[in-house]
Ligand binder design. Structure first.
Ligand SMILES: [Zn+2]
Length: 151
């Protein structure tokens, strides 16, 4: 809300929503993502990616990248998982965490499109991804500080 011409930012971390995950949850997500990447359809890039998401209700959904001969139609593993979860939760998806892995075990942070989609379903979402020196953990608010919003 504007105060004296200065916009006061609302804290992004809600006290009602945990923005941390346990070590067990992290391993469960990474294991699920590793299983998901084996189902990827990546005949063009041969870059296999798997993602697993943890909902506020404690459910895990997975996704993999799906490529297309028309390259622009390719979908990332993160969005694949999230879109499946939306359908399975009747449009009431609330994210706690997203983990993404790739078969080559190279640095691979979520792309901008996936960051926007993750933010849609939880500004406190923890994101785990392969960084330069191993897995990194961040919040989507840190990865995408200014999301597009209609309201
Ligand atoms: Zn992406």
């Amino acid at each position: 809300m504007p105060v004296g011409g200065v916009t006061v930012l609302v804290p992004l971390v809600s006290p009602d929503l945990p923005n941390t995950i346990t070590a067990v949850e992290r391993e469960q997500l990474l294991d699920a993502a590793r299983q998901a990447l084996t189902r990827a359809y990546a005949p063009y890039s041969n870059f296999y990616v798997g993602a697993a998401i943890l909902t506020a209700q404690g459910r895990i959904f997975t996704g993999c990248n799906v490529e297309n001969a028309s390259y622009g139609l390719t979908i990332c593993a993160e969005r694949s998982a999230i879109f499946a979860a939306v359908q399975q939760t009747s449009g009431k998806l609330a994210l706690r965490a997203v983990a993404v892995v790739n078969r080559d075990q190279v640095a691979c942070a979520p792309c901008g499109a996936c960051r926007q989609v993750i933010a849609e379903f939880g500004r406190d979402t923890v994101v785990i991804f392969q960084g330069q020196g191993g897995f990194q953990e961040s919040t989507i608010a840190d990865l995408l500080p200014e999301t597009f919003r209609l309201s």
